[in-house]
Design a protein around this ligand. Structure first.
Ligand code: TEU
Ligand code: CA
Length: 575
């Protein structure tokens, strides 16, 4: 069984600072706002708080475009506010993780300003510059056909110095050149700055994209109708990535007692991700894989991003089983998440957010969450069952650049005043904006998030769906999460136990057994709104006690080989 560690047993709460709590009425969440909620977080059962980026930023991509790594953006406060926040967390026995965004900077970072100022700048080589290609007729083209993750070419022409620079994301997010040892040293020095000041770890943005294939070859044409091609084979898990991450570990991480999780999109290959995580490699504690997040989008990675696809429960089960069972002996460790700032809300996606089933299915998903092994991530609002924005919202309510670019691309061939309902259907299901609406604290104006005008519209459902209405209601989604997080802490079979799937081909219920020593637990989750009967002939669980239920059946009859489940019911039996 897995070696024990504090960071394996922790619950990490992700805060998207702009949308959490506004202390000064400017409509934007801030650090004093977060400080005012620390008792709340402690009370919920949180061990570590991860803050999405709060550094200086022109905010082209929600702060993932950083113009100064060593300062706080004034919208959030000051370094003094950050110190106070860390002190407040540490006093309460909680820790803090900062977001480390080092695949790219903002184009307003002083490093990039220097780099673009002239070809002879000492920082020219800190980013990735290449000359143009020219067609026989003289038309200027980017150095290769790579597509940006946010639409268009991954290269932007700089007329001043007559070269293109690479950006896997927005033109305002130029990629750093990790091949240059000075760049690495500057990043490591910046990491030491935050660790010395008190951060307890990092969530590392797209850390698996930092090494690109040399020579920048043209990508194979997957979509012949597209001018540019998304080409992760040339920039995801590239040739020197492990060398770079190992160096980061050796020179920085290993000198501190810290927790690390790397974001690793664009691969579901277990061996590829294991290389970052296995302790013997001395890189990171864990990574975020994206396999669950891709269940409800079409498999063509080159296709438009905000298009939904119907998923099957067996597909979800396969993904969960694959990672739960992966390399427990060798020491692979999972991160367990189902919501974050880049994803639509889980209750709208994997549950049912209609009034009849929303609370029930949100609690059922909480059971799925807390009964898996891996470090647990809870995203702000998940604990009160926050849902996607209403379908009635127009495109102007969506603030995310990914949504806007998707819309602009999709509208190009369409008539100005034509029907866009198909587009809006997809956007309402898939846009990142869904998770970025302000936190719903109470039923007063703006959900108690701000006394001013919120930077992003508050979800219309806040009068009914808010923390205040749930915190003292023992039947609420919040109370269930509160109990479930405690419950997990008291049963380490869920953290360290073996995972065994039951009835793998069943499209309605997801059932699995967890075992640790002589403890066995059975989890049965009904993913439909219909009642059903679950039967299992397994001696190990016969007579097990019903210890957690989202229908308040705790202490109900022991498991006798069969249990009837109502819509979206979830039960946990322990032997
Ligand atoms: O996201 C990386 C990433 O590739 C996806 O999560 C992305 O949001 C999605 O695939 C788009 O379809 C990270 C951050 O979490 C995200 O907020 C940033 O926009 C991105 O990196 C760039 O820093
Ligand atoms: Ca504010």
């Amino acid at each position: 069984t897995a070696k024990r560690a504090w960071w394996k047993e922790s619950t990490i709460y992700q805060i998207y600072p702009s949308s959490f709590c506004d202390s000064n009425g400017d409509g934007i969440g801030d650090l004093p706002g977060i400080l005012s909620k620390l008792d709340y977080l402690k009370g919920l059962g949180v061990d570590i708080v991860w803050l999405s980026p709060i550094y200086k930023s022109p905010w082209r991509d929600g702060g993932y475009d950083i113009s100064d790594y060593r300062d706080i953006d004034p919208r959030y406060g000051t370094l003094d506010d950050w110190d106070m926040l860390v002190k407040g967390l540490h006093e309460r026995g909680m820790k803090i993780m900062m977001d480390l965004v080092v695949n790219h900077t903002s184009d307003e970072h002083e490093w990039f300003r220097a780099s673009r100022s002239s070809k002879s700048s000492s920082k020219r080589d800190w980013y990735i510059w290449r000359p143009a290609r020219y067609d026989p007729d003289g038309t200027r083209r980017p150095p290769n056909n790579w597509k940006s993750i946010f639409e268009g070419s991954a290269w932007t022409w700089d007329s001043e110095t007559q070269e293109y620079y690479l950006h896997l994301f927005l033109p305002g997010q130029p990629d750093l050149n990790w091949e240059n040892p000075d760049v690495r040293e500057a990043i490591f020095e910046m990491m030491r700055f935050w660790l010395d000041r008190g951060t307890d770890g990092f969530r590392m943005d797209v850390i698996n994209l930092i090494s690109k294939v040399p020579g920048f070859p043209d990508a194979p044409i997957c979509s012949p109708n597209e001018e540019y091609q998304l080409s992760p084979i040339y920039w995801a898990n590239g040739p020197r990535v492990h060398e770079f991450v190992k160096e980061m570990n050796r020179k920085v991480l290993s000198k501190y007692e810290c927790i690390t999780v790397g974001e690793a999109p664009f691969t579901d290959d277990m061996e590829v991700l294991a290389a970052y995580v296995l302790p013997i490699n001395e890189e990171l504690n864990m990574v975020f894989h994206f396999e669950l997040m891709q269940l409800d989008i079409p498999p063509d990675i080159n296709g438009p991003p905000l298009v939904p696809r119907k998923w099957k429960l067996t597909e979800l089960k396969d993904v969960v089983e694959k990672w739960q069972n992966f390399m427990r002996e060798e020491g692979y460790w999972n991160s367990v998440y189902i919501d974050n700032h880049d994803q639509p809300r889980s209750v709208s996606r994997f549950g049912d957010d209609s009034p009849a089933w929303r609370a029930r299915s949100a609690k059922m998903l909480a059971i799925l969450h807390i009964t898996q092994s891996g470090t647990l991530f809870v995203y702000q609002g998940q604990e009160i069952g926050m849902a996607n924005v209403p379908r009635s919202w127009g495109i102007e309510e969506y603030k995310d650049v990914q949504t806007q670019n998707f819309w602009d691309e999709a509208m190009k061939p369409r008539p100005q005043n034509g029907d866009t309902s198909d587009l809006m259907d997809g956007i309402q299901k898939k846009a990142r904006d869904n998770s970025r609406t302000p936190m719903q604290w109470n039923g007063t104006a703006n959900a108690g998030f701000t006394s001013g005008t919120p930077w992003m519209r508050v979800n219309d459902d806040y009068t009914e769906w808010n923390l205040q209405s749930q915190i003292n209601d023992p039947e609420s989604v919040w109370s269930f999460w509160h109990e479930a997080l405690q419950f997990r802490k008291e049963h380490d079979v869920f953290i360290y136990g073996n995972f065994e799937i039951v009835d793998a081909s069943n499209e309605k219920t997801f059932a699995f057994i967890r075992c640790l020593g002589d403890i066995a637990a059975l989890i049965v989750l009904n993913f439909t709104d219909q009642s059903c009967q679950f039967t299992m002939d397994d001696e190990r669980l016969r007579g097990a006690r019903l210890v957690l239920s989202n229908y308040d059946r705790r202490g109900g009859p022991a498991f006798d080989g069969s249990v009837g489940l109502q819509g979206y019911e979830g039960v946990v039996y322990v032997m």
